[in-house]
Design a protein around this ligand. Structure first.
Ligand code: NAD
Ligand code: 0WE
Length: 258
């Protein structure tokens, strides 16, 4: 029933084997999707080599740089995707960035530039990539992004990223409203805390994970592959009636009041 054979899927946000995007890419591949992987390029090409090596086993037919802060690169990448594939069915938006200084201390100290950067990379990029993918989603499509509870409730130190995620979740609804008539569905997965490159750079993440293990109904955290399974579902025909939604994949943590 869960079959993505013949579907072309762009996956953004793979940095290493702990990335949530890596869990998603593996599950999309297992369901039979044809993968296109984009990565954040750096001067020395280190990311490119590492990510290329990692994704080799998934045999992506596209592997291209895509810094979401660079309009020309986004346009060049989607032009190449259009030429190679003709159509896109699935877009996975799995990236975020805020300056490290803005992820601790007082939220009211967030600088103008820090606020702009966090919302540019973490929020605007979804709308920008959706616009680039829209003309290629000629047979309908599914767009999935990743969010976090800190966009709905106050989580200590999440600060400007919480504002970025709140705006991301509303972007999901506006995009779903706009793209629905073209049979493009847009949803978000709100994942519980997972140890990744991004989260490991945050002080106290292990304590947060321990807290979730004690309080969440399932008494554990979730894995990248569990998030990947939910994303695969949302991209499949099994989810054909679902758009504009935020799906919690958090071992139930979000329902708890105490
Ligand atoms: P990660 O560090 O593996 O992934 C973040 C990715 O963002 C990296 O691949 C990085 O290259 C990419 N990125 C940053 N700036 C970019 C730019 N300018 N252009 C293109 N790519 C850029 O960490 P992750 O935890 O897997 O994060 C993936 C998503 O999951 C993020 O949206 C994050 O907010 C969300 N999320 C994470 C958790 C968690 O606990 N790890 C929980 C809920 C949601
Ligand atoms: O969305 C995220 C991670 C976001 C993130 C993390 C970093 C660390 C390194 C964005 N930008 C950066 N920039 C860096 O320089 N998560 C949901 C994981 C996360 O981050 C937190 C959390 C959790 C959970 C930050 C503070 C408190 C909790």
């Amino acid at each position: 029933m869960l079959n993505l054979t013949g579907k072309n899927a762009i996956v953004t946000g793979i940095a290493n084997n702990r990335s949530i995007a890596w869990g998603i890419a593996q599950q999309l591949h297992q369901a039979g999707a044809n993968l296109g992987i984009t990565f954040l390029p750096d001067d020395k090409g280190r990311y490119e080599r590492k990510v290329a090596e990692l994704v080799e086993s998934l045999q992506p037919s596209i592997f291209l740089p895509c810094d979401v802060q660079n309009d020309e690169q986004i346009d060049a990448t989607f032009a190449a995707i259009g030429e190679k594939w003709g159509k896109v069915d699935i877009l996975i938006h799995c990236l975020a960035f805020a300056n490290k200084d803005d992820l601790s201390g007082d939220f009211s100290n967030t600088s103008r530039q820090g606020f702009i950067t966090a919302l540019e990379v973490s929020t605007y990029s979804l709308t920008r990539l959706a616009a680039a993918a829209k003309p290629l989603m000629t047979e309908g499509g599914s767009i999935v992004t990743l969010t976090y509870l800190g966009g709905v409730k106050v989580i200590p130190n999440y600060n400007v990223m919480g504002v970025a995620k709140a705006a991301l979740e509303m972007s999901v609804r506006y995009l779903a409203g706009e793209l629905g008539p073209q049979n493009i569905r847009v949803n978000a997965i709100s994942a519980g805390p997972i140890r990744t490159l991004a989260s490991s750079a945050v002080g106290g993440i292990l304590d947060m994970i321990h807290h979730v293990e004690q309080v969440a109904p399932l008494r554990r955290t979730v894995t990248q592959l569990e998030v990947g399974n939910a994303a695969t579902f949302l991209c499949s025909d099994l989810a054909s009636g679902i758009t504009g939604q935020i799906l919690y994949v958090d071992a139930g943590y979000e329902i708890m009041g105490m």
